[in-house]
Ligand binder design. Sequence first.
Ligand code: SF4
Length: 447
Amino acid sequence: MAKLHLITYGCQMNEYDSERVAGLLREHAYELTADESEADVILLNTCAIREKAEEKVFSKLGELRRLKTARPDVVVGVMGCMAVLQNATVFRRAPQVDLVFGSAAIARVPELVARAREGRRHLLETAEAPLVKITARPPGVRPLKAFVTVMEGCEKHCTFCVVPRTRGRERSHPPAAILAEVRGLVADGCREVTLLGQTVNAYGRDLTPPTDLAELLARVSEVPGLARIRFTTSNPYNLTPRLVRAMADVPKVCEYFHLPLQSGSNAVLARMNRGYTRERYLELVAALRDAVPAMAFSTDLIVGFPGETEDDFAATLEMVERVGYDNVFSFRYSRRPGTPAASMPDQVPDAVKAERHARLLAVVQRVTAARSARLAGRTVEVLIDGASRKDPGALSGRTRCNRVVNVDGGGRAGVGDVVDVQVTEVLPHSLRGVLVPTPEEAVCSSR
Ligand code: SF4
């Protein structure tokens, strides 16, 4: 068998795409290797969300130049968002690259790799292509938890974002294809799926007949053997009352909502072209908590967007306190060439961004710690997914609100089980707990 080495940068969508590439090439007699020096094909799945991510790729390509000089028959390819945005730059700065392709061409990866191995140089495939549901996975992968792409692309045009250019317009996979993929995963032992889309709550409006995420959640939930459903990433603009109701009505959907806010200032939100205000966002949070009181929220925040004043930043801090997030992913604004925000006036100096980011992290730490503290003494449902990293004798899993819990299984629980755990200790990044006896065990021990 020929050998494939895959290097993945960036988001969950990229992780998922890499799995598909490995699965498709497996069907053409390629096996994965962790050792790039023995690979016949090396593919870098890239991210373009920040300049740093791109520089990492060029630095890796620089390292691979030596390997390519020693073994010219090795195919080096660049795929993903940077491949679409920077294809000319990739070939100019790294002429040793043989192949550049976007996510729309993933279904054709065996053919593209074959052409590159036949000696075709500088192959470029970055145009939009028909949407294909690829369910191939690498061999031996029988995941307990899996990502399932339900739609591709985004049409929101936030002024800081390159995704609409790299992943194209919104296109949803038909429910039947998604259900078939979920059933196949569950047959292989999967207990939890995360439905993926750049704007996952816009799912289905492009289909004939149109459908929506609420309907899809209900149908996925009917798959026997599946324990949990998550989904990401939602846009507040597309959050409908039907989806709020589904969060309460579909029992397998976890009480965890990733709802990117980006900024707490209405002026900044307008410049970002996000399509909602802080007031609307708070209404949505209130509606979700009304429907599901235990709902945990996570969010994305950008610090130092062009024109962000001290008052704008204070509004973001205030939103973190008001919403009471369980988790926050925060980033300093980074100019992306070709986006409207890159040429906006009043770019915020790096030192100011760094100082604000440090202040934000301090508030986030306090708020998330307070949310964790509320779990002390409570009984939580945990899906056991492996051994504890720090104590191999203990088991580890996640709550429905996505917290890591380490628990002594005492031989009574194993990987894949959904168990009740009483939280005995709240640590900065995890919880500790003890198994709650099942009713049968309680009866036994009382005799
Ligand atoms: S909704 Fe998300 S993916 Fe779409 S443009 Fe905005 S930030 Fe980018």
